[in-house]
Design a protein around this ligand. Sequence first.
Ligand code: 9MR
Length: 579
Amino acid sequence: MDKKMLGWLLALTSLSACSRPEQGEIRLNQVGYYPHQEKVAVWDGGKVGNYIITDAATGAEVLSGETSYTAFNAWSPKERTVLDFSALETPGRYVLRAGDATATFEVKEGVLSPLADAALKSFYYQRTGMAIEAQYAGKWSRPAGHPDTCIMVHPNAEGPVRKAGDIISSPRGWYDAGDYNKYIVNSGYSIGLMQAIYRLFPEYFAKQSINIPESGNRTPDFLDEMYYNLSWMLTMQDPADGGVYHKLTAPSFEGFIKPTECRQQRYVVSKSVTAALDFAASMTQASQLFAPYEADYPGFAKQALEAARRAYDWAVAHPDAFYKQEELNEQYDPDVSTGAYGDRSAQDEFFWAASELYYATGDKKYRDKAVACAPAAYGAPSWGSTAPLGFFVWLLPSRELDEADQAFADKLKSILLAYADQSLEGADTSAFHAPYGDEEGDFFWGCLSEKGANQATSLVYAYLVSGNKAYLVNAYRNMDYILGRNATGYCYVTGFGAKSPMHPHHRLSAADDVVEPLPGFLVGGPNPGQQDGVVYASTLPDEAYADDVNSYASNEIAINWSAGLVAISSALDALAGEL
Ligand code: 9MR
C-alpha cells in the first residue's frame, strides 16, 4: 500500500470514529418539569458531546447546549455526564438527544399534580374491610376483605379487663404494605408525616379531589382518607387503661392470595410505648385538623384528643414497654412472625408526642417533656425516627410562640438548617445532580422514601423557615432522582413514567387479575442488603434493585413510603410558584 492510500485509510477510520455517536442512556425525570424548575438530565455512558432538544410533535430544534460536568461515584466504575437545559421554560413535549440516545420529557405547569393525587389515592387502594368499587378504582375494583370484626386478644396483649382469647372488633384502616397486616407504629408515623404537610398547605389540599367515596362531603379528601385509618387506630386503644396495641396481625404473612381468600385468625398483639406515642402524636394532630369539620365528623376532634392524652399517660407509665417479638414468642403462643417495627428508644416518639400535645393544649407538662427529649441533631424522618415530626410542629411557620418557646424553636431551627446545609454539600457536582444518591449509605430497605423523599421534605421545611432557595431547588432534585434521573433509569412510582415497576412485592397487585400494578406507589428502592435472597442484576449500591415480586427488600410498597411520596409531591406541587 502506498503512503497516499494509507493516509486516506487513516483519515477514513478517524472520520468514522469521530462520527460514531457515543453509546449510553439518558436519565431524566420521566414525569416532567415545571417551567421554571432547574432541568437536568444525566448521560449514563461516560463523556458525551453536545445535546439538542427538539419539539416532540414538529421535530423543530428548540435548544442545544454543551454538557456541564462529568462525575463518578466511589462505588461505581461508571462515569456520568450532566446536561443542563434549564433555559427551556416553554411548556411542551420535547425530545432530548445526546450521543446515540434520545429521551422524551414534558415541561408543564402543575406537572406533579397527578402524581400527588395518585400517591394519596394509593391509600384508598390499601383500605381494608370495604369493597373497593369500580366507580373509584376502575379496573382495580375488588370485594371487601378482612372485615376485622372478630379479632382475638393475643395472650401477650391481656389488660386489666380484656383476657387472652377475648374477641374485639377492630375494622377499617389500611393494609400496611405488600402484606395484609395493620401496624400502629407505622400508621401513626405515616399519618403524622402527611398531616404535618397538610398543616403547611391547607389551601392546596382543600382543592384536591381524588375520587373516593367521601369526595362529595365538605371535608378535604385528604382528611377523609386519613380518617379511614384514624378510626381504626381508635379501636386499637384498650379502653381499660389507654394502652395501644402494637399491631393487628395474622401470626404469619399470608401467601400471595386475595384478601377474601385469607383464613388465618387475626390478633391484637402486645401494647407498646412506641405504639402509644405515635398514636398520641398523630391523634393530637388530627384533633386540631378535624376541628373545622364537625359536620362530617361529629365529636371526632374531641375524642381524638382524649384518646391521645390517655395513650400518652400510658406511655409515661410504661416507658420501657418496647415491642420485642422474639422475647414475646418465647413466652406466648401462637408465635408471631410478621413485621416487628421494633425500636430501642422512645425518646424521639416522646419528643414528637409531647410537642404535639403542648401545641394543642398549652399544658406545660408536655413542654417540659418535649424540651427534655429534644434531640441534638436532625436526620430525615422515618417510622423508627420520629423526632423530625416534633421539629415540624415547633417550626410551623404559622405558629405564634412566646419568648421562651421562640428561643427553643430557634435552637431547633439551627439544628435543621445545619442538616440542610450538610445535605447540599457536593450536590451541585454529584453524578445525578441531587443531594440524595451520592453516598453508599443512601441505599437501604425503603431508602427512596425514607432518605430520598424525606430528605427533600426536610429541605422544603428548611426553605420555609429560612427563605433559602437552594434548599428548595435541591428538594426538586431528589424528586428528579426518584422519577428517573438515577442509576437504574426507573421512575420508581408505579403507573408513572416510561419505565416503572411492574412487579412490586404487593399482594393486592399480584393477586388481582390486572396486569398493571396498582398505581401511585413508591417502591422501597435499591438495597445492597438484598435481605430477600433474590438475585439482582447488579450489586452496586444504587443499582441493587429488582423489579421482581419476590424482592421485598427492594421492590415492596408501604404506607410509610407512600406517606413520604404524598408529603414531597404535594409540597413541591404547592411550592412550584416560588421557583
Ligand atoms: O420498613 C421496614 C424496614 O425499615 C425494616 O428494615 C424491615 C425489616 O424489619 O421491615 C420494614 O417494614 C415492613 C414491615 O415490617 C411489614 N410490612 C412490610 C414493611 C415493608 O417492608
